[in-house]
Design a protein around this ligand. Structure first.
Ligand code: FEO
Length: 175
């Protein structure tokens, strides 16, 4: 049985993960408009991952005989000043999510809820990967700067996600 503060906080995290899905779908639409289908495809795969993150918590709440309560999802931004600016926003968003997970772990410890803390450790590890992946792509973007050819090369690389490409292992990690 979940304690009430834990249930409330986990429901809040479901909302945050679904917002992340919205955010990355919005970024995918932005990249489509910018003529960068590889970035768009990468963001769509990222959005799918965020949905899986939300469902992981959803299922945990049900397994612990808690109650899932869904709340409104904020509208994400729709415009960014450049492809790099959008990716920087994605990176900063992941840093915020890491902070939220750390706060949840602290709450689970406070409430002596070992099962929740154990479940959250998956997210602790996942956030290390999420931040590192976003940082890596951001570094590449900063490296090419305004160079269109460099940008298209990154776009091609990111478009490989989901098959044999850059982050295939990551997209498969959601079981
Ligand atoms: Fe669900 Fe990207 O953190």
């Amino acid at each position: 049985m979940l304690k009430e503060p834990i249930e409330e906080a986990l429901n809040g995290q479901i909302n945050a993960e679904l917002y992340s899905e919205y955010l990355y779908l919005s970024m995918a639409a932005y990249y489509e408009e910018e003529g960068l289908p590889g970035f768009a495809s990468w963001m769509r795969a990222q959005a799918d991952e965020e949905h899986a993150h939300a469902m992981r918590i959803y299922d945990f709440i049900i397994d612990r005989d808690g109650r899932v309560t869904l709340s409104g999802i904020d509208s994400p931004p729709t415009e960014w000043s450049s492809p790099a600016d959008a990716f920087n926003a994605a990176y900063e968003h992941e840093v915020e999510i890491t902070e939220m997970i750390d706060e949840l772990v602290a709450l689970a410890r406070e409430e002596n809820d070992n099962a929740t803390e154990n479940m959250l450790q998956w997210f602790v590890a996942e956030q290390v990967e999420e931040e590192a992946t976003a940082q890596d792509i951001l570094d590449k973007l900063n490296h090419v700067g305004g160079d269109g050819t460099g940008l298209l090369m990154i776009d091609k690389e990111l478009g490989q996600r989901g098959d044999a490409g850059l982050d295939a292992s990551e997209t498969k990690a959601e079981e």
